[in-house]
Write a protein that binds this ligand. Structure first.
Ligand SMILES: *[C@@H]1O[C@H](CO)[C@@H](O)[C@H](O)[C@H]1NC(C)=O
Ligand SMILES: *[C@@H]1O[C@H](CO)[C@@H](O)[C@H](O)[C@H]1NC(C)=O
Ligand SMILES: *[C@@H]1O[C@H](CO)[C@@H](O)[C@H](O)[C@H]1NC(C)=O
Length: 427
């Protein structure tokens, strides 16, 4: 800021191109001479480079590339997160349009999550710089011009699936024509349709219907035996193939700095929702480094019944890692916080939200926070939102007829996609 308004940078702008050219020549000469004459020390270079870097940095600071991507982001999952991560990589600032409830209702039927909840989820992603609420479902020429003029967008980003307007024309034709359109690859393995399918297929099981009913406090309800189909994904075949590369792409890649205060929070983080974002934000504010323990699949099943978790451990880990308040995750954390964990990760504080998913099968188990409580490093924190995985699943069940119909149609087209898909080098 200061540099921009001072004369120094103005002079610099005119002056540096010469210097830049000069350095280029010097470099060429030096590299030639060093290779030619062998060991020649180059004392002048190091102090020239820092100046050069300042110039480059500020040149790019003047023109930050702003990219735009939109979506419904209903039942936010790591596929959405990955699309936005790729979009961000195409620019410096990512602006995300979140489609309004009304537009979703008239185009696809009722959304599971409200505008507020969807905004909270999208804003919580570490790659998102700005959000535009109530974006149109179909990108009109009018809205596109607003993006370019008002929001100073340089490029509109969209997935590689064709997006057609009702009249059959390409929705992004204008952006393409003016060279301000960029495309990203679809993230394989997950879709909102798939997640709704997992919840609905749980419901088919008469016993598990009770799982989503109002909590009765009866443990008997959940004492169902493990059926032959894999229920980690509600009997659905997951196309998700976890890779180490994806985890790395989502990670911050940094440990806690010296003297940082490490805060630990754990849970299933199933069907990552706005309530999770809020509690992670509150937890992060109590320290410098937020470590999140994500229960293993078998731990969640033991606590909540065989239909849970709805999302498997790797899927849940990616959703949590995508959150801007999270620094690190433990993939498959134990139910009990042990002394060894506290020492290993130098945990200063263990927190737990006041509103948390009921763990009906945990009755009779020992207090998972006994150790941190004894050490005086345990704290309950107020959950800002009264929302749980079960409450979201219940919304889907309440509207299951609409969702079943919608899903049947979409599942057919997704099946076709997987049958016909070919290898693509995706990022
Ligand atoms: C570049 O300019 C920005 C203002 O646009 C300023 O905040 C920043 O400190 C400058 N960076 C360097 C390295 O001079
Ligand atoms: C759960 O089921 C097992 C075997 O089906 C049975 O032996 C046990 O008593 C049941 N427990 C409860 C609490 O109903
Ligand atoms: C452990 O955490 C405390 C803060 O609670 C910090 O002062 C200390 O430096 C940390 N230890 C190491 C080795 O980083």
């Amino acid at each position: 800021m200061e540099f921009e308004s001072s004369n120094w940078i103005k002079d610099g702008v005119y002056f540096y191109p010469h210097l830049f050219g000069g350095i280029m020549i010097t470099c060429a000469l030096l590299s030639f001479s060093t290779s030619y004459f062998g060991k020649i020390s180059v004392p002048t270079m190091p102090y020239l480079f820092p100046d050069l870097r300042v110039f480059h940095k500020n040149k790019s600071a003047n023109k930050r590339v702003r990219v735009y991507m939109d979506g419904c982001f209903d039942l936010m999952h790591y596929g959405h997160a990955n699309a936005l991560r790729q979009a961000k990589a195409l620019g410096d600032e990512l602006v995300v349009g979140v489609v309004s409830d009304e537009e979703i209702i008239s185009n696809k039927g009722p959304p599971v999550l409200s505008m507020q909840e969807r905004l909270a989820l999208v804003s919580g992603l570490k790659w998102v710089d700005e959000v535009i609420p109530n974006a149109p479902y179909e990108i009109t020429e009018d809205f596109m011009n607003r993006l370019f003029k008002e929001h100073k967008i340089d490029y509109i980003i969209h997935g590689d699936d064709p997006c057609l307007l009702p009249d059959g024309t390409d929705a992004y034709a204008l952006a393409k024509k003016v060279g301000r359109y960029k495309q990203i690859k679809r993230t394989e393995g997950v879709s909102s349709t798939d997640i709704v399918g997992r919840i609905l297929s749980c419901m088919k099981d008469a016993k598990s219907e009770k799982l989503f009913s109002e909590p009765s406090g009866e443990v008997d309800n959940l004492n169902n035996t493990r059926s032959s189909k894999s229920l980690v994904n509600g009997g659905h075949i997951s196309h998700f193939l976890p890779t180490s590369r994806r985890i790395v792409q989502f990670s911050n890649g940094k440990g806690p700095g010296p003297n940082s205060r490490v805060v630990y929070i754990d849970g299933a983080f199933d069907l990552f929702h706005a309530g999770h974002v809020e509690i992670l934000k509150s937890a992060k504010q109590l320290g410098d480094f937020l470590l999140v323990g994500i229960y293993a699949d078998h731990t969640v099943s033991e606590l909540r019944g065989i239909n849970f978790p709805l999302m498997n451990l790797h899927e849940r880990s990616l959703s949590v890692l995508a959150c801007r308040y999270v620094d690190e995750v433990i993939i498959g954390a134990p139910w009990e916080v042990t002394k060894d964990m506290i020492t290993t990760f130098n945990i200063s504080l263990v927190v737990h939200g006041t509103i948390a998913e009921k763990n009906p099968l945990s009755i009779g188990k020992s207090d998972p926070y006994a150790v941190p409580k004894n050490m005086g490093i345990f704290q309950m924190i107020e959950s800002p939102k009264d929302i749980t995985t079960t409450s979201i699943a219940r919304r889907i069940i309440a509207n299951h007829e609409i969702y079943l119909k919608r899903n049947a149609k979409k599942e057919a087209s997704e099946k076709k996609y997987y049958a016909e898909k070919k290898y693509v080098l995706a990022d």
